[in-house]
Design a protein around this ligand. Structure first.
Ligand code: SF4
Ligand code: SF4
Length: 446
């Protein structure tokens, strides 16, 4: 194993705001909205209609194809509509809207435990698929697909990602402190699918309580190692973890499984344990509500479909006398700016960060020409040359961007933008260029 991955930065993490807030469940009071496209792949297909009564854990939209995931109601109530609603991205998307009755009547009790050792490989995969689990680290790739690589015998490492390197977020830290045993059950179940693999739980060293809890819970597990890692962003990127644990670099055109690794967030491991042992579908997950503008930062177990506005209230609202300047879903490095709080929590939403300053607005005001300092190249975990990529992008030379500078290898981690003294919006430029190139490819261009 290597000590660390290439590049990286040390942003102020502000985890102090919420790291001590214990996990608590939040039951929404308002209507619940479930977008049909909240994962990578084909959107789910609604299987309910206006007027239908639904219960907690009932399937309201089924997976449409192999790379897709079902959606389960997180409340009981009556379907109000299946219609277009605004979602996190700011676009209008087809959603199931449920008038929440507040009773939270479940469709099943999920208290009968099955020993995973009695289940075949196919039965385990079916249970994961039938639970609608997707990667909870933010990407939202359907988990059953990830667990079915071409060559299961070639998998050497199953990595439970508890790095949580994104500034401000502390939900996984709390989950590891309180649910260590269940996370490890999920890891052991996953290891059953890969007979030649060992399990590694990767945790940044800034989470000593989580490391301790996971270490205690893993005692006696021969095939599992708890691995504390240096605190450095983006430690939790799957490519960074694979560089460290398996010692390999690989292009974005390849998947972790192609280099013998399966990486799943610790929240996903928790969901796998519940799904396989109790057949409980995924309709809740951990989310941190935090930021300098929030009164009482929280680590919540939220129900999918809850309005973000309710979550702000659950955290005591905006601090008195503080101006709310920016709202992010996810953290400041890889999160998305939220235009309105009146949009629903999705399976992959792991943080709501309310800030009293807008860093990108400030950066725009201070932006200068490139100073050719080379810092962006030093910090890029992908070994790219962001300065040159930005020049090619600005000149519209997409050929050079892609073929000579390997710009499609950018994982949009934000490290170059963070370090740039000239405040250049590098990552934003790369995201735009990437979508332009991909759109051209889809249209049949080179
Ligand atoms: S955003 Fe892209 S180019 Fe910039 S540091 Fe991250 S991977 Fe490298
Ligand atoms: S860090 Fe910024 S100023 Fe320095 S070389 Fe890169 S783009 Fe130019």
């Amino acid at each position: 194993m290597r000590n660390t991955f290439r590049g990286g930065v040390h942003p102020k993490d502000r985890k102090d705001l919420s790291r001590s807030a214990p996990l608590r469940s939040y039951d929404a009071t308002g209507e619940m909205v479930f977008p049909l496209a909240q994962h990578i792949g084909k959107p789910a297909k609604a299987v309910v209609k206006k007027g239908d009564r639904v219960l907690v854990g009932q399937c309201i939209a089924q997976a449409d194809g192999f790379v897709s995931a079902g959606i389960y109601s997180s409340c009981s109530g009556v379907v109000k509509a299946v219609e277009k609603r605004r979602v996190i991205s700011g676009t209008m998307q087809e959603c199931v809207v449920i008038d929440n009755d507040g009773a939270y009547t479940p469709v099943a009790s999920w208290d009968v435990k099955t020993d995973p050792a009695t289940l075949s490989r196919e039965e385990i995969l079916d249970r994961v698929k039938n639970a609608g689990i997707v990667g909870l680290g933010g990407a939202g790739f359907p988990t059953h697909v990830k667990l079915m690589p071409k060559d299961p015998d070639g998998i050497r490492y199953v990595i439970a990602n508890g790095a949580e390197c994104e500034p401000y977020l502390t939900g996984n830290d709390q989950l590891m402190r309180t649910e260590a045993k269940t996370i490890l059950e999920g890891l052991e179940i996953t290891l059953r699918l890969f007979p030649h693999a060992v399990g590694v739980v990767a945790i940044e060293k800034n989470k000593p309580e989580a490391i301790e809890a996971m270490t205690q819970a893993a005692r006696g597990m021969d095939k599992v190692q708890i691995l504390p890692l240096p605190t450095k962003y983006p430690q939790g990127g799957e490519r960074s973890l694979i560089q460290v644990i398996a010692g390999v670099d690989f292009p974005v055109s390849k998947l972790p499984a192609d280099v013998g690794c399966i990486v799943d967030n610790v929240g996903t491991m928790y969901a796998i344990a519940r799904a396989v042992q109790y057949q409980e579908p995924l309709f809740t997950h951990v989310l941190t509500v935090t930021g300098e503008a929030v009164k009482e930062p929280q680590n919540l177990i939220v129900r999918d479909g809850t309005s973000f506005r309710e979550l702000v209230e659950a955290a005591g609202g905006v601090k008195d006398g503080v101006e709310l300047k920016k709202i992010l879903v996810g953290g400041p490095m890889m999160g998305m700016t939220l235009g309105s709080l009146d949009v629903p929590v999705q399976k992959t939403s792991n943080g709501l960060v309310l800030l009293n300053r807008d860093g990108s607005e400030e950066a725009q005001a201070q932006m200068t020409a490139c100073l050719h300092c080379g810092r962006c190249t030093t910090v890029c975990p992908q070994g790219l040359m962001p300065q040159m990529m930005a020049e090619a992008a600005e000149a519209g030379d997409l050929e050079r961007y892609e073929k000579k500078l390997y710009g499609l290898e950018c994982v949009a981690c934000g490290s170059c933008t963070y370090i740039c003294p000239a405040k250049r919006p590098l990552t934003q430029t790369f995201k735009q260029v990437k979508s332009e190139i991909m759109a051209k490819k889809r249209a049949g261009g080179k």
